[in-house]
Design a protein around this ligand. Structure first.
Ligand SMILES: CC(C)(COP(=O)(O)OP(=O)(O)OC[C@H]1O[C@@H](n2cnc3c(N)ncnc32)[C@H](O)[C@@H]1OP(=O)(O)O)[C@@H](O)C(=O)NCCC(=O)NCCS
Length: 169
């Protein structure tokens, strides 16, 4: 199901058919370093990840991570969307793109549209983001989107120190 269009991009719900793309994205060195190792090593693992992650989130919360494609050509380039985690009270925005599509403003363009969607369609006033303190590209996207640094948090899953950014109240 299509969620939204931007000038250059289309965001749609992920399906189990996107397993090949997710396998690639989840094993990018940048994803492993800055987001984490989801333990997805095969297409079957990726299918399970999609079912238990984004697809289950659509059913449970009415939102989730979406596939970002170039408009007009169904070329998947990354993911961007909204996540409700047990460890956080607020909904957070997340994004990750294949390196071939970095530095073209796609992360900013898709995340800006997701923030508007979160407020206008889902009715969320406050959106947060959690980011590793050395993830300069992501921090740059977040601040450009208008999110502001609030505090450091200790991530319960691995004890790491993360920065919490937020917009709205
Ligand atoms: C974070 C990520 C999505 C950014 O993608 P991107 O394509 O570079 O983003 P955009 O092109 O939309 O915007 C990047 C902004 O960051 C800046 N930037 C890019 N690389 C940078 C770097 N190494 N250091 C500082 N700023 C950087 C760009 O200059 C641009 O700002 P500008 O528009 O003011 O020039 C991408 O690096 C990625 O997929 N990383 C792996 C996954 C990840 O870390 N996700 C975030 C988890 S919190």
């Amino acid at each position: 199901m299509k969620i939204l269009d931007t000038e250059r991009l289309t965001l749609r719900e992920l399906t189990a058919e996107d397993a090949d793309f997710m396998l690639k994205l989840l094993n990018e060195p940048s994803f492993l370093r800055f987001i984490g190792d989801r333990g997805v090593r095969t297409v079957d693992d990726a299918r399970r990840y999609l079912l238990e992650g984004p697809i289950s989130s659509y059913q449970r919360f009415g939102f989730g991570l979406y596939l970002v494609e170039l408009k007009g050509a169904p070329v998947p380039i990354g993911i961007c969307g909204l996540i409700k985690r047990d460890a956080l009270d607020d909904v957070d925005i997340g994004f990750a793109f294949l390196p071939a599509f970095w530095s073209k403003g796609y992360a900013f363009e898709s995340a800006a549209a997701v923030l508007r969607y979160a407020s206008d369609v889902i009715g969320l006033n406050r959106i947060v983001a959690i980011v590793s303190p050395d993830n300069e590209p992501s921090i740059s996207v977040l601040t450009k989107l208008g999110l502001q640094f609030e505090r450091f948090i200790t991530w319960p899953e691995d004890g790491s120190q993360l920065k919490l950014y937020a917009i709205g109240d």
